[in-house]
Design a protein around this ligand. Structure first.
Ligand code: SF4
Length: 202
């Protein structure tokens, strides 16, 4: 089976999940989206109001900013990357998901990563970092530092919603994404071009 077929096979099982209480208040489960053959995956926290309504990840203001960040990397959402969250149902009032909730949702994410088999994962924000690496870590301390684990390279950086609240964090975030581009050129495609970080610039 191709990766696309395996994701299609998994999708209805995830969409039918009611394993934690988040599904009770949510409109629907948000599976994630992107290219099934992506070698680069972005993982955020959970759906917000727009995502809950549309059933797609990162489609509100923060999502539009993420799309611009991906474009600056010379990529597009549906051609080059896959976008996931640590919980797939919207927490009421956009509160932070609890460790119990992200742990309950974890098997879905593990199966998705198993299928996608990305070389590089960008952790967007504190919750993704805590849920997937270590609950004691802080994003302000860990951002920009590679973590090698399970045969993959993990890069924590700020969540786009944090950049909307505090635009001064954009510069550091772009530095982190340039590290991601370096690693992408090293592991995936040495000729990958980015409009804002050309190969010849470093
Ligand atoms: S958040 Fe995850 S574990 Fe909880 S109901 Fe939704 S899909 Fe299932």
């Amino acid at each position: 089976m191709t990766k696309a077929e395996r994701l299609d096979d998994l999708r209805p099982k995830v969409l039918a999940c009611r394993a934690c209480g988040l599904r009770d208040a949510a409109t629907q489960v948000v599976f994630g989206e992107g290219s099934p053959n992506a070698r680069l995956v972005f993982i955020g926290e959970g759906p917000g109001a727009d995502e809950d309504r549309l059933g797609r990840p990162f489609v509100g203001r923060a999502g539009q900013l993420l799309d611009r960040m991906i474009a600056a990397m010379g990529m597009t959402r549906f051609d080059d990357v896959y976008i996931l969250n640590v919980v797939k149902c919207r927490p009421p009032g956009n509160r932070t998901p609890t460790p119990e909730e992200w742990t309950t949702c974890r098997p879905h994410l593990e199966q998705q990563l198993d299928i996608l088999d990305p070389a590089i994962i960008v952790l967007l924000g504190s919750t993704a970092l805590k849920a997937l690496i270590d609950p004691t870590l802080r994003i302000t301390q860990m951002r920009g530092q590679w973590i090698e684990r399970g045969g993959r390279w993990w890069m924590p950086t700020y969540h786009p919603a944090a950049l909307l609240r505090n635009p001064s964090l954009k510069r550091e975030t772009w530095e982190d994404l340039k590290r991601v581009l370096d690693k992408y050129r090293e592991l995936v495609n040495p000729r990958h071009e980015s409009p804002h970080y050309p190969i010849i610039s470093h």
